[in-house]
Design a protein around this ligand. Structure first.
Ligand code: UTP
Length: 476
């Protein structure tokens, strides 16, 4: 038997320099295709970045001691509407929800709005088969997250009379299944030429103590998507900024696949963003309890940033204003609007999105080459967060929404205490109940109902329920 071809020299040298030859432990026994696969994966790894990640992990304690103190104030909000309240730079005294909504509607009508849906996460808590976006959440229809979210974009575009270009970010964990699902469902009615699917990058995990890369198969290094902040580099690499610009987009709203109540293209939200001339606007909900695991938007000397809950001391997280509300209470829900020009500027700044690290349980091969699935964290995973662009923005606007109207995240499996499918379905049904009540449509107690993505106004509901009464579960 002949020896297998060695790894190309510069790469072998690179592994030796970083002490990572262990990744070739099974090289000699691999089939040629498996060897090619591992060789290609190793060649695709940015080893300079790996070196930086190892330095970051070694310095983990320093990174955790972020200077967050009481000088950081909650991003301000002033009441402005029944469902949305706004704060930040004042666009003038005449601002009303109706003025903002008109402005956002005008942007949509001139085709100036685009959207980015981030759908690259591994859904490790939900533990579902396939990408989270295909998970059924419609309380009556069992419609998937993708169907509800893309349906909303489709209907807003229809009403605006202009397409809304939508870029969908996938990852190695979700790409092929997402593409297959969306094409099987004809992009839920969105014109394919206005949908761009692009894939974010992966980053290797590093073993906790040794900071070594790990194998999760004889021919595969354990990697994970590089966080929702990976969207900027991946979008640029896919030509996405030009793709938006060629379609006349001036502002892009981004949202996450696991929140079926998300309203990134709400005309009032877009209007506040435009009227404030903001480069980065973000929706927040009021954080009520110190222990809520939500990042908060905070401001210091005119600079805004999102502070992760893990970076807040218990004392600061629990600090309250004289009115009894939390001192830092602008809970981030990851619905943002960006000026396209701002994204271009941020993309040109090499350090605009730093790496964060977290200790996670990562499946990997043991010394005997057997796959182990540890229950406890055994490795560092690295991610970028898109909200880290906030300090780079000239003007940041926070728009406070009612959580019940715009935030029902699906994170956990059925039966969990919070953010499980049944909570998401209950939130969707509750919203439908409120809308019906506002429209004067009576709904029998305890009935599960659902709004179709085509329903926006009280008139829509009355038209779809001419009897003015709903006695059984239905999609309106
Ligand atoms: P989460 O951080 O909640 O991750 O992502 P997740 O994959 O949904 O769930 P866990 O943490 O593994 O249980 C919030 C949003 O950001 C997207 C997700 O798809 C989700 O819409 N995301 C997250 C990405 O697009 N890429 C990533 O690398 C991470």
């Amino acid at each position: 038997m002949t020896d297998p071809p060695p790894l190309p020299e510069p790469l072998a040298q690179q592994l030796a320099t970083l002490g990572q030859q262990r990744l070739l432990a099974h090289w000699g026994q691999l089939e040629p295709t498996a060897r090619d696969r591992l060789g290609e994966q190793l060649a695709g790894i940015d080893w300079r970045q790996v070196a930086a990640m190892r330095r970051l992990a070694a310095d983990d304690t320093a990174a955790a001691a972020l200077p967050v103190d009481a000088a950081w104030l909650t991003a301000a909000h002033t009441p402005a509407g029944p469902r949305l309240r706004t704060g930040g730079p004042s666009p003038g005294g005449l601002l009303t929800p109706a003025v903002a909504a008109d402005c956002g509607t005008a942007l949509l009508a001139r085709g100036g709005a685009g959207a980015i849906l981030v759908a690259g996460g591994q859904a490790s808590r939900l533990r579902c088969e396939g990408p989270k976006g295909i998970y059924p959440v419609g309380p009556v229809s069992q419609a998937s997250l993708f169907e509800l979210l893309l349906g909303r974009v489709r209907e807003i575009a229809t009403r605006s009379g202009r397409p809304i270009p939508l870029a969908i970010m996938t990852s190695s964990a979700t790409d092929s299944d997402t593409r297959a699902f969306l094409s099987e469902h004809a992009f839920f009615g969105l014109p394919p030429e206005h949908v761009l699917i692009f894939q974010q990058a992966d980053l290797p995990a590093l073993a906790l103590e040794a900071l070594d890369l790990l194998l999760d198969a004889h021919d595969h290094v354990a990697v994970a998507p590089d966080g929702h902040g990976g969207l900027l580099a991946a979008l640029v690499a896919a030509g996405g900024l030009d793709w938006f610009a060629q379609r006349g987009v001036e502002h892009v709203a981004s949202f996450q696949v696991d929140n079926p109540l998300a309203m990134p293209l709400d005309p009032e939200f877009l209007g506040y963003h435009l009227l404030a001339d903001a480069e980065f606007s973000t929706q927040v909900v009021e954080k009520q309890q110190p222990a809520e695991r939500v990042g908060v938007v905070a401001e210091h000397d005119g600079m805004h940033r999102v502070i992760e809950y893990s970076d807040l001391s218990d004392e600061l997280a629990a600090a309250r204003s004289p009115d009894g509300r939390l001192h830092l209470r602008a809970g981030s829900i990851a619905v943002h609007a960006f000026a396209l020009a701002f994204l271009r500027r941020a993309a040109a700044a090499p350090d605009s999105l730093p790496l964060h690290l977290a200790r996670k349980a990562v499946a990997c091969l043991d010394a005997a080459g057997q796959l182990q699935r540890p229950a406890e964290p055994n490795a560092f995973k690295f991610e970028r967060f898109i909200f880290d662009l906030m300090p780079f923005a000239q003007r940041v606007l926070t728009v406070e929404i009612e959580a019940a109207e715009g935030f029902a995240p699906l994170k956990n499996p059925p039966g969990a205490a919070a953010d499980a499918p049944e909570h998401v379905q209950a939130a969707l049904s509750a919203q439908a109940h409120r809308r019906c009540a506002e429209a004067g449509v009576a709904v029998a107690d305890g009935i599960v109902i659902e709004l179709s993505p085509a329903v926006f106004t009280a008139a829509d509901i009355r038209q779809r329920v001419p009897s003015g009464r709903i006695d059984a579960a239905q999609v309106i």
